[in-house]
Design a protein. Structure first.
Length: 99
């Protein structure tokens, strides 16, 4: 599972005592599907760690909305849109961490 956490754009991840709110996750198949649709960058690793700022989250939300229906399965689209919407509404970015 690739877990997603809300993170403020100004938040330093190396701060001591930092606790992040987990808002959900996606399975490997959804990750690959979103990479094929160019929503998730091709160089990112499912088992790694990456961070998107709020502006990039909003841009990805718009890209996902504009994708043809056949580009991504309805389940993947809905699940990922929920993650993006939560971050956008909180004015936060996302931190992804694979396990």
């Amino acid at each position: 599972m690739l877990d997603f956490y809300l993170v403020s754009d100004s938040q330093n991840l190396s701060s001591k005592g930092l606790t992040l709110e987990r808002i959900g996750g996606i399975e490997y198949e959804a990750f690959v599907e979103l990479q094929a649709a160019a929503i998730i960058e091709s160089w990112l690793d499912y088992y790694g760690k990456f961070r998107w700022g709020n502006e990039l989250v909003i841009r990805k939300q718009q890209q996902l909305r504009q994708l043809p229906a056949a580009a991504v399965s309805p389940g993947t689209r809905a699940a990922f849109m929920v993650l993006l919407q939560q971050a956008a509404q909180a004015h936060c970015g996302l931190l992804a961490e694979g396990d």
